[in-house]
Design a protein around this ligand. Sequence first.
Ligand code: FES
Length: 92
Amino acid sequence: MGTLTVYSNRRVYRLDAVPGRNLAEILREGGVALPKGCDGHGICRRCVVELRLGTFSVADDVVTVDRGDSVPVLACETRPEEGDAEIFVREE
Ligand code: FES
């Protein structure tokens, strides 16, 4: 299990990237104020975050993000893969 570093408009969090959990679940369990929306049905788009580094499962694809890149995704449809990862979140 890697570390998920979360940069937000408020502070920096270092959370466990728990295998099998999506980013919305990890963020909420870690105390990050991710906007609430459609409870993970992929409809409201209020849970958009930016992938900044690492490898993630996004819906049915695997996406690897290099430092300097920024890939917007839905947190409720994205899971971190093995290794450390970094994301940016705009908290409510
Ligand atoms: S919570 Fe609605 S799209 Fe993710």
